[in-house]
Each structure stands twice: as C-alpha cells, then as structure tokens.
Design a protein around this ligand. Structure first.
Ligand SMILES: *[C@@H]1O[C@H](CO)[C@@H](O)[C@H](O)[C@H]1NC(C)=O
Ligand SMILES: *[C@@H]1O[C@H](CO)[C@@H](O)[C@H](O)[C@H]1NC(C)=O
Ligand SMILES: *[C@@H]1O[C@H](CO)[C@@H](O)[C@H](O)[C@H]1NC(C)=O
Ligand SMILES: *[C@@H]1O[C@H](CO)[C@@H](O)[C@H](O)[C@H]1NC(C)=O
Ligand SMILES: *[C@@H]1O[C@H](CO)[C@@H](O)[C@H](O)[C@H]1NC(C)=O
Ligand SMILES: *[C@@H]1O[C@H](CO)[C@@H](O)[C@H](O)[C@H]1NC(C)=O
Ligand SMILES: *[C@@H]1O[C@H](CO)[C@@H](O)[C@H](O)[C@H]1NC(C)=O
Ligand SMILES: *[C@@H]1O[C@H](CO)[C@@H](O)[C@H](O)[C@H]1NC(C)=O
Ligand SMILES: *[C@@H]1O[C@H](CO)[C@@H](O)[C@H](O)[C@H]1NC(C)=O
Ligand SMILES: *[C@@H]1O[C@H](CO)[C@@H](O)[C@H](O)[C@H]1NC(C)=O
Ligand SMILES: *[C@@H]1O[C@H](CO)[C@@H](O)[C@H](O)[C@H]1NC(C)=O
Ligand SMILES: *[C@@H]1O[C@H](CO)[C@@H](O)[C@H](O)[C@H]1NC(C)=O
Length: 758
C-alpha cells in the first residue's frame, strides 16, 4: 500500500516535471538575464524592467508593488498607473480611472471627479480606445495634449427620459455616447457635467432622471472593454478603472538614425527588423522567428513543425529550418510532402530503377531485334516474291508487258486491302466457285463493280505459276467471249486475279440442272457452242502467239445474263511459241475432256482443245456429263458413249430431249457429226478450231449443214468437212460474214497462223 502511494507520488512528480519542461521550452526569454520578467500576472519584457539594468531607459521602468498587493501589481514608473499587459508589439494596457458624477435626491451633487492621465513618452492608441459617456442628463469631454501639436478637445452628450429608452449595444446618444480621439495624445483630462446645473430650462436631474440613474460616467478606455447595456448605469457604479491601450516606442528617432549607432540601437537581436512610428521606432522579430527582438539573440526560430497550423506539410514530413520549414519525403518516396500538394508517394527505389532500367533495355533490345527480323523478313519475303515472280513467269509477264508496250496495258494492280474489303476478308459466304485451281470469291469493289476474285488455295508454286500464266495469257486476249481480267494483286504470295463477274453461272450448271436445261434451247446451245468455238479459234489462230486453252469444259464456259458465252480459266493455258506446233508438257486437264492422244504422247497441240470442245458439244447435245460412273465401263467417258451411239446409229436416242423439236434434226445431226470428228482419236484428223467455229457459225446463221449423218467412211467425212471448212475460211478471209458456200478439197489452203498442221 505504502509502495503504491509512493509510486503514485513519483508519477505525479514526473508529470509535473514534464509539464514544467514543456512549458519552459515553449516560452522564450523576454527579460534580460537576472531580471524579473513578471509582476503578478503581468509579464514584463525588455525594454521594460523593474530595476536599473533591466530596462532600456527610465521610460520603461515598471514599479512592482509587492507591499500592498497580493498578487503584486505593476505600475508605470513611479505613477499610480497600473499596467495590466505589456505587449512586445508596442502596446501597453493600463487602467484609467472613470469620471463619475452622482447626485443626491434633492439635486445636489454627491460625487464628482475629473481624472486625468499623462504619459509624455507614450501615446494613447486612438484606434483601440474610445471616449465613452454614460448618463441620462449628461455631457462630457476629453481634452489634453498631443505630440508637437496644439491641444485637443472632443466630447459628446447623452440623454434619456426613462429606462425603457436604453438599448443594448447602442452607444449613440441615448444613455450612452462615444467619440474618437485624435492621434498622438499623451495627456488626457476628462470633464463630466449634468445639464441640470447648466441651464434653467432643463428640469432638475432629481425630478426627471434620478429614478433612472443618479450617476453619470465618462471614460477613455479600450473599446472592447465596455459594451453598453441598460444595466451599464448601475454596473459602472462599482467600477473604478477601465483598461486603456497605450502605444510605446523607442524614442530615439527613426530606424535609420538609430541604426547608425549600433550601441544605442534597440533592435539587438539577430533576425530582427526595425519599424518607425510617430514617436520613435519598434523592433520586430523577422518572419519565422519569435521572441524579444530587443534582447541579444532574443528572436528564436519558430518550430513550425511543432504546430500543424503553421506548416502545410503532411504529418512527420516537416523539417524545421532557420526562419522557415521544409516539407520532405522520406527515402523511397517522391513528391512535395505537402498536405494539399502532391504529398508523398512511393517513389522508385534503386532496385526498382535498376529493374525498370533493365526491363526497358530488354524491351528496347527485343524491339530492335524484332525490327531487324522484320526487315530481314521483308527482305527475305521480297527476295522470295522476286524469286516466285521470276520462277513463275513473272519475268515473262514483264517481258510480255514491255514487248506489248504499244498496246494499252489492261492489267490493273489492286491492293490486297482493297480486295480484302471487297470480299469481306474472303468470307466463306462470298465463295462462288471452288476447284483444283483455288477459290473464286464474289467481290464488290469500292466503285460498286461486281468482280470475281480468284485466289490460289495453297501457296503452291505450281498454282502461282498458273496464275501468272493466266495473267500473261489474258493480257493478250481481248475478246468479247472471254471473261475479262480486270487486274491482279501481286502483293500476296499467291496472286489474286480480279475478273468481271459473270452472273449466270457455268454452262455446266445450265446443261446438268434439270430446270435450267429445259430453258436452254437448242438455238441457245448452238449459239454458245459457236461463241465458245469462236473464242478457241481466235486463241489458236488470231492470237499471237497462239494460245492453247488446255482445259476446255462446260464448267469453264460461263454465261452472262444474255446467255453469251464467256470462256474462263486460263490457268492451264499455254502460249505456243511461233516456231512450235506442239509442246511437251505434263498431261493436265480434266478427265472426260482430255485428249487421249495427248494422254499417250504428252504432246500438247491445238487439237487437244478441239477434242475437249468436242466433248462440250456432245454435252450440249446429250445433256450428259463428260464422265459418269453410272454408265458401263466402256461408256463412262461421254466421248466413247457418244461415238458408240453414233456407231449404232442411235444418235437420237442419246440426244437431250430438251433440244429435239420439229425441224432441227438436220442441224442436230450436223453438230453431232462435227462433234464426232472433233473427237477423232488422232489429233491430225480433227478439224482445226477455226473450221469448227465457222461450221457452227454457219449452222447458226444459215441454218444449213452440209454433211450427211449416214456418211460411213470417216476419212471421207473428214475430207468432206475439210473441204467445207476451207470454203468458210476463204469467205471469212475477206472479212465478210461466214455465209459462203462451196467446197474445196484442197486442205493446203487452210493456213493456220501458228503454223498448225505442219
Ligand atoms: C546573475 O546573477 C548571478 C548570481 O545571482 C550572477 O552570478 C550572474 O553573474 C548574474 N548575471 C548577470 C548577467 O548579471
Ligand atoms: C504601493 O502602493 C501603495 C498604495 O497605492 C503605496 O502607498 C506605496 O507607496 C506603494 N509602494 C511602492 C513601493 O511603490
Ligand atoms: C496582452 O496583450 C496582448 C496583445 O495585445 C494579448 O495578446 C494578450 O492576451 C494580453 N494579455 C492579457 C493578460 O490581457
Ligand atoms: C444612487 O442610487 C443608488 C441606488 O439606486 C444608491 O445605492 C446610491 O446610494 C445613490 N447615490 C447617491 C449619491 O444618492
Ligand atoms: C441634500 O441631501 C443630502 C443628503 O442626502 C444632504 O447632506 C444635503 O444637505 C441636502 N442638501 C440640501 C440643500 O438639502
Ligand atoms: C453648479 O455648478 C456650480 C459651478 O459651476 C457649482 O458651484 C454648483 O454647486 C453646482 N450646482 C449643483 C446643483 O451641482
Ligand atoms: C493601436 O493598438 C492596436 C492593437 O490594439 C495596434 O494594432 C495599432 O497599431 C495601435 N496603434 C498605433 C498607432 O500604434
Ligand atoms: C430642483 O428641485 C428642487 C426640489 O424639487 C427645487 O427646490 C429647486 O428649485 C429645483 N431647481 C431648479 C433649478 O429648478
Ligand atoms: C552611441 O550611443 C552611446 C550610448 O547611447 C553613446 O554613448 C555614444 O556616444 C553614441 N555614439 C555616437 C557616435 O553617437
Ligand atoms: C537569422 O540570422 C542569422 C545570423 O545573422 C542568419 O544567418 C540567418 O540568415 C537569419 N535568418 C533569416 C531568415 O534572415
Ligand atoms: C517635437 O518637436 C520638437 C521640436 O519642435 C522635436 O525636437 C521633436 O523631435 C518633436 N517630436 C516628435 C515626436 O515629432
Ligand atoms: C540556425 O542558425 C544557427 C546559427 O545562426 C545554427 O546554429 C542553427 O543550427 C540553425 N538552426 C537550424 C534549425 O538550422
């Protein structure tokens, strides 16, 4: 128990000590060493002092009266002016007596005083103090002396009839009045009078206002120390003094004058400044310092970091400096450390910086490598493209194009982006055809042109070659019955070819679709055949160099809306050098249409196209497919099937029902015979395409035919045909329409431009 008490006491003392320490830390030295800095409740800073050596001059002597007062009271010098506050800002608060005048009930004066006060070195603060008069039958004035100026007098009058007239806080003539005093007043005399002793016309104070109040008051005091209220009259009865603010200054001239003699200069402290007043100067601590500027080292640095109101830093981010402070951020943080600024945010540590640096470096390196690789890749791609280009006849294409400079270049170059957009990025829904060669997409160009875009299925040099080939071939053909090549796109590895779009599909569809076949009349078929034959004849003879299509079949003959034939797919086509009539190639084409002689010998001639065309003719006649596994083995190929039927003289049994109508049997027979000779096993025995074309054209225009379906001898029939063909050839040679008639047996007259037949 005793120990517990002891501990408690120890705690108490510790707490007291702590309080004392903190208090003494915050308070700074205000008086000179070995001088009392306090008298009762009032602190006495230098230049004031209570004894010699402690004050700057006699002016600042403060007498502390210990003998009569407890706590002791300070008085100015040797006067009875009590000091209640001394401020280092240059103000001094003293107590000033109130002027009072009281009356007896019989109207005689009971009490009257006229207090006065004089300072000489100090002046009454004219803004902080007001001359106030309180009473109901009263006038009063203040007068006295001013610095280097003539005297002054000012005052006011106050009246009231009853207590009800008085108003709270209103000091403007009813029961209370106020007046300001001029600057520089150092002597004050108060005079207070009642009107009842002044003029007869006024009633006795007693009779009228005695009941309201029997006293009047006047004082020059700090404005804030008095607020008028109806009770003020009675309250003031017991008040003797009120505070008054007095300005003090060092009366040694101006700052500049004083600074010349440092020993007499009052602003002794470092970090202090001087400011002149009307009657001297004052010293102030510089911004950021506090303390007593009149003492050596009196101005102390303010620790702004101690007081949150004095700094704008975040908590614990404040660093006090001499006269100021700094906001900072601890290591690893960045920012200004200010509460309403950016504050402190975690910054980059060295490790972070290192890691970031390395990552950036690596990224840059990777990007660099990627860039280099892409450049290499592009170069490689370019060389590859170049290689492809060269390998696959690109050079040839170039050569051809330059050779044919005199002709307008019909090949447009499209960008891959353009074509991607046209085909909805080669969407499956845009596919209109697919085959061994690749895929055909329907596309809509930006200018609303419908086009067919042929795209190689795989990146196969063979196919790329075909595409290039087709460009070369098609660039040389300008024929209304050939699908027009609008351009190509060589940006992609597999070139894209852009054609006019043929709306009506392939001849194959029209022959082999039951509904479509019905509407494909014989006349139309004959016209299509004639047109297709015309194209082939043109390719074989008029084109320079001659061209072998090599893949004639019903699927490669397209029909437009007016059923005009458009031959397409020149991917397998070959240009025949002028000094050659046959080419040794790998057999290529479509089964069912392939020339058997070509299959055996690998020798490609124009007659291979004639054979294939023959199969198309038979297809048109019979409406059957070129190759059908439904038929017996020997009849699987339509050519064989047809030839067998002819041998058996049952042509009309194999013809398509859709084309047999009254009066065209002769025509049908003629075409069948033409097909037959086209299908001759020996290429030599087949007619040329020109002959075939003329025959078909002749049949179409004149409705005539000249040979006999019952011709038993193949050789004879061939010669007969040859003769007829000759006639057409001659007729056409003049540029007239091929309606000429007449026969010529001399085959020598049939001259093919590419030297065919040699
Ligand atoms: C203060 O008083 C002490 C003794 O009371 C004395 O030793 C010291 O010198 C005095 N200091 C000054 C500045 O007068
Ligand atoms: C203290 O005050 C009393 C009364 O005002 C006065 O008589 C006395 O002389 C004063 N003492 C000093 C030391 O001023
Ligand atoms: C003394 O005056 C200063 C400034 O006028 C004021 O801040 C302070 O509160 C006053 N002290 C007292 C005890 O009235
Ligand atoms: C004035 O009136 C108050 C009460 O109202 C009274 O106490 C006081 O003695 C009177 N003074 C004189 C001088 O009659
Ligand atoms: C008025 O009254 C006071 C006391 O109230 C008295 O001393 C004084 O003699 C009176 N004066 C007259 C003239 O009656
Ligand atoms: C009026 O004033 C005169 C002096 O001016 C004075 O002698 C007299 O006593 C006063 N009378 C009253 C009633 O106060
Ligand atoms: C009067 O006192 C106020 C503070 O109460 C002060 O700001 C002002 O400067 C003083 N006037 C003069 C002339 O010193
Ligand atoms: C004041 O009143 C008293 C008594 O009421 C009266 O004797 C006196 O004559 C009056 N004085 C004046 C100046 O009216
Ligand atoms: C400076 O002031 C001191 C003390 O006030 C005085 O003794 C001295 O003569 C002055 N010197 C000059 C140059 O005014
Ligand atoms: C305060 O005084 C010291 C010493 O004269 C000086 O180095 C410092 O710069 C001063 N500080 C300010 C804020 O003027
Ligand atoms: C007042 O005037 C006298 C001379 O007329 C002069 O010496 C003194 O400095 C003046 N005081 C002020 C405060 O202006
Ligand atoms: C302030 O300046 C004084 C010298 O004038 C120096 O001793 C002190 O360390 C400084 N304080 C700070 C917080 O910079």
């Amino acid at each position: 128990m005793g120990l517990h008490m002891l501990l408690l006491q120890a705690h108490f003392f510790l707490a007291m000590l702590l309080i004392f320490v903190t208090k003494s830390q915050t308070n700074f030295q205000i008086a000179k060493p070995n001088c009392t800095d306090r008298c009762g409740d009032v602190s006495i800073p230098f230049p004031f002092g209570t004894r010699e050596g402690c004050y700057l001059s006699e002016t600042f002597l403060v007498t502390c009266n210990h003998t009569h007062y407890d706590p002791p009271k300070p008085f100015l010098r040797h006067s009875n002016i009590e000091i209640t506050n001394i401020s280092l800002d240059g103000q001094l608060t003293v107590l000033q007596f109130i002027a009072k005048e009281c009356y007896n009930r019989n109207g005689t004066e009971a009490l009257s005083n006229n207090p006065s006060i004089r300072f000489k070195e100090f002046t009454v603060n004219n803004t902080a103090n007001k001359f106030t008069v309180v009473g109901c039958d009263t006038y009063a004035f203040v007068s006295g002396s001013r610095n280097n100026k003539s005297g002054y007098q000012t005052g006011c009058t106050s009246q009231c009839a009853s207590k009800d007239d008085l108003e709270d806080g209103s000091c403007s003539g009813v029961g209370c009045c106020q007046a300001s005093i001029p600057k520089g007043v150092w002597e004050v005399e108060l005079t207070l009078k009642s009107y009842s002793n002044f003029t007869e016309s006024y009633d006795n104070h007693t009779t009228t206002v005695w009941d309201v109040d029997n006293c009047s008051y006047a004082f020059l005091a700090e404005e804030s120390a008095f607020t008028f209220s109806p009770n003020s009259l009675s309250i003031l009865r017991n008040v003797e003094e009120l505070p008054m603010v007095v300005d003090w200054a060092i009366d040694r001239g101006t700052c500049e004058e004083s600074q010349k003699n440092m020993s007499s200069y009052a602003c002794k402290s470092t970090n202090s400044s001087c400011k002149g007043t009307d009657n001297g100067y004052r010293c102030y601590c510089s911004e950021g310092y506090e303390g007593n500027p009149y003492l050596i080292d009196g101005c102390k640095d303010i620790d702004e970091c101690e007081n949150p109101n004095l700094n704008i830093c975040e908590k614990d981010r404040c660093l006090n400096t001499n006269g100021s402070f700094k906001c900072f951020c601890t290591k690893g943080y960045k920012g200004d450390g200010k509460k309403h600024g950016r504050g402190c945010i975690r910054g980059q540590s060295l490790v972070f910086k290192l890691v970031a640096g390395i990552s950036i470096g690596i990224t840059v390196l990777i990007l660099l490598i990627c860039w280099l690789l892409s450049i290499l890749n592009r170069r490689k791609l370019n060389t590859m493209k170049q290689k492809f280009f060269l390998q696959n006849g690109g050079l040839l294409l170039q050569e051809r194009l330059t050779q044919r400079q005199q002709l307008p270049v019909i090949v447009n170059i499209f960008s891959s982006a353009e074509l991607k957009k046209a085909t909805d990025n080669f969407h499956d829904s845009r596919i209109v055809g697919q085959g061994g060669y690749g895929t055909v997409y329907k596309g809509l160009l930006a200018d609303n042109r419908l086009v067919a875009i042929k795209k190689s299925k795989e990146v196969d040099p063979q196919q790329v070659e075909q595409f290039i080939n087709e460009v070369i071939v098609l660039s040389q053909i300008n024929h209304r019955n050939v699908v027009k090549l609008l351009g190509c796109c060589l940006e992609t590895q597999a070139p894209l070819l852009v054609y006019e779009f043929i709306e009506n599909g392939t001849l194959f569809e029209h022959i082999h679709s039951k509904t479509k076949a019905r509407s494909l009349s014989w006349d139309m078929r004959l016209r299509v055949a004639a047109e297709a034959a015309g194209v082939l004849a043109y390719l074989h003879s008029a084109a320079s160099p001659p061209i072998i299509h090599r893949d004639i079949k019903s699927t490669n003959i397209l029909l437009d809306t007016s059923f005009t034939a458009k031959v397409s797919d020149f991917g397998a086509s070959r240009l025949v050098p002028l000094d050659q009539t046959q080419l040794s190639t790998i057999v290529q084409g479509t089964l069912g249409y392939l020339d058997p002689e070509y299959i055996q010998t690998n020798q490609l001639t124009q007659k291979s196209d004639v054979y294939s065309f023959g199969v198309v003719l038979v297809e048109l006649l019979t409406g059957k497919k070129a190759l059908s596994y439904d038929r017996p083995v020997e009849e699987r190929s339509l050519a064989n099937y047809f030839l067998l039927a002819l041998e058996r003289s049952c042509l009309f049994q194999v013809l398509d029902d859709n084309i047999i109508c009254g009066g065209n049997s002769d025509e049908l027979t003629s075409v069948a015979m033409l097909a037959k000779i086209c299908l001759h096993v020996k290429g030599e025995d087949r007619p040329s395409m020109k002959e075939v074309a003329k025959e078909l054209e002749g049949l179409r225009l004149a409705g005539k035919h000249s040979w006999n379906q019952t011709e038993p001898n193949e050789a004879e029939s061939e010669s007969l045909l040859s003769g007829k063909m000759k006639a057409f050839a001659i007729a056409n040679g003049d540029g007239s329409s091929s309606t000429a008639i007449g026969y010529d047996n001399s085959r020598d007259h049939i001259i093919l431009p590419m030297g065919g037949g040699r």
